[in-house]
Design a protein around this ligand. Structure first.
Ligand code: MRU
Length: 352
């Protein structure tokens, strides 16, 4: 086990780090029972960690992939620039193919490759690749802190806030997007309470959101996914905040499966529904039908902690993400400001 930047130092968990020439990740499959860090020495291992959800969450997989590419470059024995780029493109493809829905993954890989292509010798490529990945990792925390400041204004004293999945420190390098807003409101002295949905089938809510908020001393309670409607209809929830895996220019939001039903019920009961996402999660070129929704293994649904809970041979659908339309979204919080509907217009303004 490798120990990195403790929560005591940062005030929050650090999920992804570069230490002594290796990538270090919290093993999220072990949470909440063990806080364990794993060291990775090659990009294939990092790709497996992304695929198997040792690391997950859109910004966290983006930065992990960038560090994976940095491993491919810095550990390469290539003698020519052509050989080095051939190795890096192979690593790029393997890392990119791990998970299809979160745009941060391809955004991060493209950014590192672009910086590498600007160099004209092996030493410079290795140096620039690592520098860019490190820069992205620091920017992730800065952007999350800024998103927190921007979004905290929306939170009122005494709010009870429902969140779905995990959009916290564990889904980013640190601090979080949706949970970053909650953290910032808490740091500003607002007394808020968080309601986390368990988020079947991978349980990011019960395993990760509750763990990290409890770890940081923020008031959190857990509900079954099936209780979200009751909690909202009985006015126990003041607002909802979630993260995103991909936001389109129209304000369509791809996020963890179940987000759509939470948003629809919030809309029905006129409960504000906010999305917190850095600009690295925006995909300005695609339309909703272009996006691939990841299908995850059947085992995630038919088993709990290794025990079978459905009959052998049962047909299973296990989509990992869904699409929430802009009409259900009250605002989208970014590091550049809070977008109000119509999102296409407000997005153009912050990007100009
Ligand atoms: O399958 P996961 O756990 O990678 O899905 C994560 C989510 O859907 C998060 O809500 C999203 O990535 C936002 S993270 C800041």
């Amino acid at each position: 086990m490798v120990y990195i930047g403790d929560s005591k130092e940062d005030g929050f968990l650090r999920t992804v780090a570069w230490k002594h020439g290796s990538v270090v990740l919290i093993d999220q499959t072990k949470l909440p029972n063990k806080l364990e860090y794993i060291k990775f020495d090659n990009y294939e291992q990092v790709a497996n960690a992304i695929k198997n959800m040792v690391v997950r969450g859109a910004p966290a997989i983006g930065v992990s992939a960038a560090f994976g590419l940095a491993l491919a470059a810095t550990r390469s024995n290539s003698r020519t620039l052509e050989e080095l780029f051939a190795e890096m493109y192979k690593a790029y493809e393997i890392l990119r193919s791990t998970r299809p829905t979160a745009v941060n993954l391809v955004w991060a890989l493209e950014r590192v490759m672009k910086r590498a292509r600007e160099q004209n010798n092996i030493v410079a490529v290795k140096k620039a690749t690592l520098e860019e990945a490190l820069k992205m990792s620091e920017e992730d925390i800065q952007n999350n802190r800024q998103m927190g400041i921007n979004g905290a204004c929306l939170i009122e004293e005494g709010d009870v806030i429902l969140t779905h999945c995990n959009a916290g420190s564990l889904a980013t390098v640190g601090y979080g997007t949706a949970l970053g807003v909650i953290r910032a409101a808490n740091e500003a002295g607002k007394h808020i309470r968080v309601i986390a949905t368990e988020t079947r089938p991978v349980m990011q809510g019960s395993r990760l959101t509750t763990f990290e908020l409890q770890h940081d001393g923020i008031d959190v309670s857990l509900i079954p996914d099936t209780a979200a409607g009751y909690m909202m209809s009985s006015r126990k929830i003041k607002r909802v905040i979630v993260g995103a895996d991909r936001v389109l220019r129209t304000g369509h939001v791809f996020n963890k499966i179940g987000t759509y039903q939470v948003a629809a019920i919030a809309n029905l009961h006129k409960i504000p529904f906010h999305v917190a996402a850095p600009l690295s999660t925006f995909d300005l070129d695609s339309n909703p039908s272009d996006i691939v929704i990841e299908e995850r293994p059947v085992e995630e649904v038919v088993k709990i902690a290794g025990n079978r809970i459905a009959p052998q041979g049962i047909r299973v659908f296990n989509p990992a993400f869904d699409l929430t339309p802009p009409e259900f979204i009250s605002s989208i919080i970014t590091e550049r400001g809070v977008l109000q509907p119509p999102f296409e217009e407000s997005l153009k303004k912050i990007l100009s």
